[in-house]
Design a protein around this ligand. Structure first.
Ligand code: FAD
Length: 343
């Protein structure tokens, strides 16, 4: 088999450093890059290796330089006119060229629409493995390999996966799962420009026009407060109450999968294992039972408030503040208190 041949007798010691494949959109570095750098820094420190971040783009030097303030030892700027906006072929080819040249030991990719597209392609071209949607990454103290943990079997167990024979070891991590690297005043690392070998013919899909969706974008990942509704709302109209509380708090609206499946709210609001992973300061779960797949997406929130009429609901097992009651009474009372109105 071609792939087995490629990787036979691979010299693992030739690979070092921890890399983050960064993302920019319209020339702006995406938050997931900073999150992966926070995690990458920890892994690099444990291995006593360097942390590098790679950004594809064109004429965005000053934006790319900012990454030196987030703890990167090396920032690779992959500069090419054909990388100014995303293309599956262009990005995949450029990243593969740089990885083959520099040989990183670990490569972290965001589980975003871009990362999910190119991550497996890069891994396949390099003949290595990739663990998708990791929720925890650690270094094995004995052999220095990365232990990649992710939910398996519908979230009923956590699987820890290793990539023992091939390099680089590749993981995708969902936005919002890892803590962001902290901005530092001083920039200690270096920036290197890499010009990949790319031509128009390498890119099969042509970007004709970007049409932005008109509907309001839901940004659960960066929200500091989220008010989430579950099946206890009983209907789509129940989300008016959730929206009202969210407006008072300046919060985003989240949802359990049950409401998305019932067609009460758009899937972009779904929190959980198959939705968005969030870690806001305050997460208010209203009429949500607390199924393991929901908890997987929000249990890293700083403070969890649960409103549920069933005192035995599992959500009460993980919340900081629990209110046993009918959400139709509790939420209006909260809104009234917050706006100092009489109920
Ligand atoms: P329910 O479990 O039906 O809970 C409704 C709650 O509302 C109950 O606790 C009830 O006591 C309470 N309630 C009812 N009326 C009121 C009232 N008037 N006032 C206050 N409380 C009230 N789920 C997700 O959310 N996100 C995911 O990403 C996700 N991914 C999944 C992936 C897989 C592979 C599978 C198998 C399942 C997944 N699920 C996910 C589904 C998950 O297992 C649950 O079915 C779902 O989370 C339940 O949603 P819920 O809590 O809104 O509904």
């Amino acid at each position: 088999m071609e792939r087995a041949k490629v990787n036979q007798g691979i010299d693992l010691s030739a690979y070092e450093d921890v890399w983050v494949l960064g993302e920019q959109r319209e020339g702006k570095i995406q938050p997931v890059t900073i999150e992966l750098m926070g995690e990458g820094r920890k892994l690099a420190d444990q291995l006593q290796k360097k942390l590098a971040v790679v950004i594809p783009g064109y004429k965005i030097e000053s934006e790319v330089e900012k990454l030196l303030h987030y703890g990167a030892d090396i920032v690779y700027y992959m500069s090419h006119p054909l990388l100014s906006s995303f293309s599956t072929d262009g990005y995949t080819s450029a990243f593969v060229q740089l990885i083959q040249k520099k040989k990183p030991e670990i490569v972290l990719v965001g589980a975003t629409s871009i990362g999910r597209d190119i991550g497996p392609r890069i891994a396949a071209r390099l003949g290595t493995g990739l663990t998708a949607d990791c929720t925890k990454l650690e270094i094995d103290a004995e052999d220095g390999k990365i232990l990649q943990t992710r939910p398996a079997f519908g979230g009923n167990l956590m699987a820890t996966i290793v990539c023992p024979k091939n390099r680089p070891q590749m993981s995708t991590v969902r936005p919002g799962v890892m803590e962001k690297a902290i901005h530092q005043e001083t920039a200690a690392g270096t920036m290197e420009t890499f010009i990949p070998d790319l031509s128009e013919n390498d890119i099969r899909a042509k970007l004709v026009e970007i049409i932005k969706e008109e509907k309001k974008q839901v940004n659960l990942t960066d929200a500091r407060i989220i008010v989430s509704g579950g099946r206890g709302l009983k209907s789509a109209e129940g989300f008016h109450l959730i929206q009202e509380l969210a407006d008072v708090l300046g919060a985003e609206v989240g949802s359990s999968r049950a409401c998305v499946e019932a067609g009460w709210i758009d899937a972009s609001h779904q929190v959980g294992q198959t939705g968005t992973t969030v870690r806001p300061d305050i997460y208010i779960a209203c009429g949500i039972s607390g199924a393991i797949q929901h908890l997987a997406g929000m249990n890293e929130s700083k403070y969890i408030v649960a409103i549920n009429k069933d005192p035995e609901a599992p959500i009460f097992g993980i919340c900081d503040y629990g209110i046993v009651g009918d959400l139709n009474d509790v939420i209006p009372a909260m809104i009234a208190k917050l706006t100092q109105k009489e109920v």
